[in-house]
Design a protein around this ligand. Sequence first.
Ligand code: HEC
Length: 160
Amino acid sequence: MRKGEKIILLGIAAIVLTLMAKNALYQDDVNEEEKELPFFTTASTQLNRDAMAIYRKYQCKSCHSLWTVKDMMQTVPAPALDGIGSLRSREWLADYLAAAEPQKILSSRLKPEFRMPSYAAMPEQERATLVDYLASLKVKDWYLEDLKKSECKKLTGEAC
Ligand code: HEC
C-alpha cells in the first residue's frame, strides 16, 4: 500500500469514528426524558395558590426545599418535598401533618430543634389544602428510584 493510500484510509477511518462518536452523543440527546425535570404537580392553579399561601404562613421553606427553592440560610437536612406525593399516600400525609408527635410516625435523626414540628393545631381546612397539594407533587417514573434513595439518605443520614 502506498503512503498516499494509507493517509486516505486513515482519513476515512477518522471520519467514520467521528460520525460514530457523534451518533452516540446524539443518542444521549435523543433520550429527552432524561433531560426533563422529573418533578411535576397535578394541582389546579387555585390549589397551587391556596397551598403556597399556607406553606409560606407556616414557613415550611425554612427547613424544606420545594421546586429546588429553599431559604438561603437553610441548613436543616430535611427531606425535599418535591415528588413527595409519589412516595407517601394522601392518608399518610394527613396523619403526619395531624400528629401530635410526628416522630412517632417517622423517626428523626436530628436535634429536636430541627425536627419536623407538630402541626396538630393547624385548622382542618388549611391541613386539607396542604395535604391535597403535597399529594399532587409527583415524580416521573424514571426518577422514582433515585428520589427514594435521596429521601432515604436525608432521613437516615446514610447511603441507602
Ligand atoms: C424545623 C424544620 C421543619 C419545618 C418548619 C417543617 N418541617 Fe417537615 N420535616 C422536617 C424534618 C427534619 C423532617 C424529617 C423527619 C424528622 O427529622 O423529623 C420533615 C418531614 C416532613 C415530611 C415527610 C417527608 C418524607 O420524606 O416522608 C413532610 C411531608 C413534611 N415534613 C412537610 C412539612 C410541611 C408541609 C411543613 C410546613 C407546614 C413542614 N414540613 C415544616 C423539618 C421541618
